[in-house]
Design a protein around this ligand. Structure first.
Ligand code: G1P
Ligand code: MG
Length: 219
């Protein structure tokens, strides 16, 4: 194991709830629909524009708006979201993550971020974790979002490690699929029924240790 590729939302911190809150408000205000609770996990790992399109589809309004109008709605959601995440501090880092990052650094494992979110650098800055990572893959630079492997391939390339020498960590089904397609070892965080394709699943970030990742890698 020479590299670890981290998803951010739902792995490093609990931003999934803020994404859902902002998407729900946008859907209500601009489209007049209420998103069911199940949408929170449906949008995990899905890029901003793909999330917007899924919501339009749910509202049966796929063809109602121009591309510019759709962009403006997605931007409005991001403004709502930014207000929420502006309050993030180091205390919002999920349990076990800081310890894991320290252990990986001691073991000279390179660390890269493979998030679908364009807000990843801002969030890491807020959490005081920017310096702990060797690289952040830019989702604007990849052609296909998760479950395609692109963002994980880019994250591995940025630390100059072959994806097959990497472990990827994900809380989303689409993310686990992306890790596997990239040829890396997938460790899921959450419900093992949802994340069946992962090589190994832990229930919470507290269980993520160097030795757990290393064992998943050797499996
Ligand atoms: C995007 C999406 C959001 C999704 C998240 C996953 O983030 O908006 O629905 O859950 O990625 O990481 P954004 O670039 O808007 O921060
Ligand atoms: Mg996630």
């Amino acid at each position: 194991m020479q590299g670890v590729l981290f998803d951010l939302d739902g792995v490093i911190t609990d931003t999934a709830k803020f994404h859902f809150k902002a998407w729900s408000r946008l859907a209500k205000e601009k489209l007049g629909v209420t998103l069911p609770a199940s949408f929170e996990s449906d949008l995990k790992g899905i890029s901003r524009i793909d999330s917007m399109n899924r919501i339009l589809k749910f509202a049966k309004m796929e063809n109602k708006y121009s591309a510019d109008e759709v962009d403006a709605m997605a931007q409005y959601k991001n403004e709502l979201y930014l207000k929420e995440i502006g309050k993030l501090t180091q205390t919002d880092i999920f349990p076990g993550i800081e310890n894991l990052l320290d252990e990986l650094a001691v073991n000279k494992v390179k660390l890269s971020v493979a998030s679908a979110s364009k807000n990843a650098p801002f969030i890491l800055e807020k959490l005081g974790l920017r310096e702990q990572f060797d690289a952040i893959a830019d989702p604007a630079k990849v052609a296909h979002g998760k479950p395609a492997p692109d963002i994980f391939l880019e994250a591995a390339a940025k630390i100059d490690v072959d994806p097959t020498k990497c472990v990827g960590i994900e809380d989303a089904k689409a993310g686990v699929e992306a890790i596997k397609s990239a040829g890396a070892v997938a460790v899921g965080v959450g419900d093992s029924n949802d994340l069946k394709e992962a090589d190994s699943v832990v229930a919470s970030t507290e269980e993520l240790t160097y030795s757990v990742l290393e064992q998943a890698f050797r499996k």
